[in-house]
Structures are given as C-alpha cells and as structure tokens.
Design a protein around this ligand. Structure first.
Ligand SMILES: Cc1cc2nc3c(=O)[nH]c(=O)nc-3n(C[C@H](O)[C@H](O)[C@H](O)COP(=O)(O)OP(=O)(O)OC[C@H]3O[C@@H](n4cnc5c(N)ncnc54)[C@H](O)[C@@H]3O)c2cc1C
Length: 490
C-alpha cells in the first residue's frame, strides 16, 4: 500500500533498490521505464490485483535478458516477466516489487520450416501475428485463446494456455517442441528438440510449461503448426435446461466425434450478450456451439450431423448449421465478445476473474454449471457458466459491487465453496488461466501432496527466489488481503 501511494504521488524510492545506470547500460535509456504512472500500469494485469513495479525493462534479445537476470540474481532483486499482461489471476503482478521484464520487443518470427512442420519464434510474438505469418503457407498455430489478439507466445507457454480449438488440437503443451530459456543464474539453455517424440531424459521444456515465470524466462520457442482445414461447419443449439446441454456435451465427447469447437453459454451470458450486442439470442438456460473441421467434406458432414443428432436427442432446439465463414462469425459473435459484454451486465457490477476457469470431467459439466448458480445465489453475487466445455473447461466470472467490502467477502466465500465442489468431483483449479495469486489457495489444497516437490524444484532452479516470487505454491493463502484490489476505491 505504501509503495502504491509512493508510485501514485511520484515520490517513489524504488530506484534506490536498483542500479538504474547498470540497467541502462544493458538495454539503453529508451528501454527503461520508471515513471510512476508506467510503474502502476505494469503493476497490474487482467486480474483484480495490483502492486507497483520498481522499474520496467524492455530487452531486445536473449543476451540482454541474461545480463539483467545475472544482475538481479547477484542483488536478489525480483524479476517478473511480462508478455501482454492479459493473465487473469495476477501472474504478472509484481507482488514483491522488483524488475518487470517486458518481452514485447522480442517479437521476431525466426523461422517457418515447412518440411519439418515447425516454427521458431521469440517469446514476445503475439499469437494472432504468428497465425497471420503462417496463413500464406496454409498452416495455423491452433491454440486460439480468446485473447489471441494480445497474448504472447511466452505468456501462453508460461500459462499452458488453451482455447476454443483445444478440444481437438490440445493446449499449448501439445504444440511445444522446445524452447530457449534464461535460467535464474543467467545461463541460456536449449530445452526440448525438433522432433515429434523424445525419450531423452527429464522433459525440462515441459516443466517450463505452466510455470508462470517462476522457473525461467522463455526467450524463444519452437512450435508445431497444423495444416488449415479446408472445411469448417458450425452448429448452434438452444436448450431449455442446463442439464440437457451438459448431457449433450458428455455424449458428443463419448460418441467418437472430434469437435473442433464445443462451447457453452448459460443464461447470464446470453442476457449479457443480448443487452450489449442486441443479438436477439433466445432466453433459454443454455446455448451450445459446436463445430467440425477437416480436409474432406464428407467427413465434416458426418461429424456435424452426428453432433446435431446428439443435441436433438437431448432436446436441443432451433438448431442452425453453416459452412459459410461469415455465417459462422455471426453464430459465434456472442461467445467471442462475451467477456466485455459481462462487464455491462448491470450497472455497478464489475466482472471479476476469480474462480474463473476450472475444469471438470465431462459427466460433471451440467452439475457444475448448476452448482455455480446455486453458490452465486447463496453468496449474493451473480455468476455465469460458459466456456470451452469440449475440453472440460468451465469458465465463470463473479459479477459483484467492488466498492462494497462485504461483496469481497461474498466473493471469497463463493470461490472457496466452488473449488471445494470442483475438488470433490475430481476437477482442477485452472484449465487455462493459471494460478497466480487469485487461485493459489484452491491450488494449494488440490496439489497438497505435490507441494513439497514443487518447492524443491523451485529452490533447485531459483535458489535466491528472484523469478516471479510469491506466486503459485508461494502465493499467500488469502488473496483478498494479499494485494491491493484494483477495483476498490479506498
Ligand atoms: C479477454 C480475455 C480472454 C482470455 N481468454 C483466454 C483463453 O481463451 N484461453 C487462455 O488460456 N487464456 C485466456 N486468457 C488469459 C491470458 O490471455 C492467457 O493466460 C495468456 O496466455 C497470457 O499471455 P500474456 O502474454 O498476456 O502473459 P502475461 O499476462 O503477461 O503473463 C502471464 C504469466 O506468464 C509469465 N510469462 C510471460 N511471458 C513469459 C516468458 N517469456 N517467459 C516466462 N514467463 C513468462 C508471466 O510472468 C506471468 O506469470 C484471456 C484473457 C483475457 C483478458
């Protein structure tokens, strides 16, 4: 709090803790930011948390990253790596202060290798930019998070991101072949390989996936890509009851179909979209969007008809199907713009990402969606259920009055109750948005048995605890008290 006020008043004394000239010598004056306003901006991401950075540094290459990390390690100064700051759990928030390493200047696509079907990119390359570069070759990188316009490849790997197409093409971990990483002592190491299979010892590249910047700084990645499918057909079905949609999801996944997209929107989501985008969606408990893609039209026809039949069996109505790209965009528009729409659901309510992206087994999809609403009602907040349900991911947002302290208590209780339920059905705390700060308490309960090993790995790779300290297993147990909460006025 003191630090925040210092940053706000412009009287920061962070500079005493860092030898600014030393940093300028490494990256040049134009790539160092210490203006209090900038420090505040870099002190927040897309979560509810904020804490000011001491200094922001924008390296241009791996050599500069190494030099900065060596300097930080010698002085035990925290280093928080940052892509675009689109993380929703406070992963890039510098809770212990220190250097924020902005990777966006390292945005070169280094190689597109068609015969070996891989590309090499710097960590600051944005997902959509990579896809723009691959498209002329008839290829695509399939992770497709809803944030693909801003999310960087480094941020995606560090969070094991996934997205609408993960149901068929997997999460980031399924696209990563290897990477170059700057370790906490400043060493640059090459992890993984260029081949599809590897049985050569510990898979250290895998350890970096989902490590949220706590084990190393990814400076370059080698990624698989896929041929763009020639045909895509999207379907939409409406369901009067959430349970019918949930049962349809489970049966589609059990049927042997390989949907390339399978998304759910509940009534809160439908209401938000209708209110903000005037889409005229039906006032039902659930809408399901499904898609098949492939190189052979008959195969796509077969799959989409099968999914349609499953929806009909579970009383899905108003079913529309389309191969047309424009029509598919129209059918998906509400889901695509759902996150901003939720912020406009009701005056005074802020849309907060708290217990926002658990995953549960398919058979528990419907029950989870219903549970979300029951828990919301009990705790005087509004919650929505939507997400990439084909990959088991269930998103929720808590819509609450952030200026009321009691609402934070309500939110905290709702989050705890929801995660207790998710744990009880064999689900996991985060499907794709990561742990950071907000989800650490639930993560620690879920992974209790592995925590000592996680601590040991962290200690071995980062003995001075400089890389994104205070996150994941080291995050505080009470996220409400852990940092300043961005939406609060006090
Ligand atoms: C509207 C919206 C929709 C979203 N939809 C999705 C979605 O569909 N699927 C999904 O998975 N996520 C989604 N997200 C969350 C977020 O976009 C992803 O987690 C994304 O991968 C974060 O990328 P970033 O570059 O913004 O990383 P940041 O937020 O900057 O950083 C996130 C974490 O990664 C670490 N990190 C960043 N770069 C590196 C690096 N080079 N080396 C080591 N560590 C690094 C940081 O230290 C931090 O711990 C969404 C977010 C928003 C705001």
């Amino acid at each position: 709090m003191i630090l925040i006020n210092e940053a706000r008043s412009g009287k920061g004394r962070f500079m005493e803790k860092v030898n600014v000239q030393k940093i300028i010598d490494i990256v040049g004056e134009n790539n160092v930011k210490s203006d209090p306003g900038e420090l505040l901006v870099y002190g927040a991401d897309s979560s509810v948390h904020e804490a000011p950075a001491w200094i922001v540094v924008r390296p241009e290459n791996a050599r500069q990253v190494q030099a900065i990390v060596k300097y930080a390690n010698a002085g035990k100064i925290p280093v928080v790596t940052r892509g675009s700051g689109s993380g929703m759990s406070g992963q890039a928030v510098p809770v212990k202060g220190g250097i924020v390493l902005d990777m966006k200047r390292m945005n070169r696509i280094l190689e597109i290798n068609l015969p070996d079907v891989y590309c090499r990119v710097e960590a600051g390359v944005v997902d959509d930019d990579l896809n723009r570069a691959l498209k002329p070759y008839g290829m695509f990188y399939p992770v497709a998070p809803a944030s693909s316009r801003v999310a960087t490849i480094g941020g995606e790997i560090a969070n094991n991101a996934s997205g609408v197409r993960s149901v068929k093409y997997g999460a980031v971990r399924d696209s990563v072949l290897g990477m170059k990483v700057v370790m906490a002592n400043g060493d640059l190491v090459d992890l993984g390989c260029l081949t599809r299979v590897e049985a050569s010892g510990y898979q250290l590249d895998r350890l970096m996936v989902g490590s949220e910047g706590t084990l190393g700084i990814i400076v370059e990645a080698t990624l698989k890509f896929q041929p763009l499918p020639k045909f895509r057909c999207m379907g939409v079905a409406n369901f009067d009851k959430l349970e019918q949609a949930g049962d349809a999801i489970a049966e589609i996944m059990e049927s042997g179909c390989q949907p390339s997209l399978l998304e759910l929107m509940d009534n809160v989501a439908i209401t938000a979209v209708n209110k903000t985008m005037d889409m005229g969606l039906p006032d039902v408990e659930a809408i399901l969007m499904f898609e098949a893609d492939g190189m052979v039209k008959e195969a796509v026809d077969f799959e989409i008809e099968k999914m349609k039949a499953v929806c009909e069996k579970h009383e899905g109505s108003g079913i529309e199907l389309s191969y047309d790209a424009k029509e598919r965009t129209r059918l998906f528009a509400g889901r695509k713009k759902l996150f901003p729409a939720l912020s406009m659901y009701k005056e005074l309510l802020a849309c907060t990402s708290l217990a926002d992206d658990m995953a549960v087994p398919y058979s528990k999809m419907a029950e989870t969606a219903r549970k979300i609403h029951d828990i919301a009602k009990k705790n005087h907040v509004i919650m929505t259920a939507y997400g990439h349900c084909g990959s088991g991911c269930m998103h929720t947002k808590i819509l609450m009055e952030p200026n009321r302290q009691d609402q934070w208590e309500d939110a905290r209780n709702a989050v705890a109750e929801l995660y207790e339920y998710v744990n009880s059905v064999g689900g996991t705390t985060s499907a794709e948005h990561g742990i950071g700060l907000s989800k650490a308490p639930a993560f620690k309960i879920e992974k209790a048995a592995s925590l000592p090993y996680m601590h040991a790995i962290k200690k071995a790779l980062d003995p001075n605890n400089i890389l994104n300290p205070g996150k994941l297993q080291d995050a505080p147990d009470d996220w409400v008290k852990a940092t300043r909460l961005r939406y609060q006025v006090n």
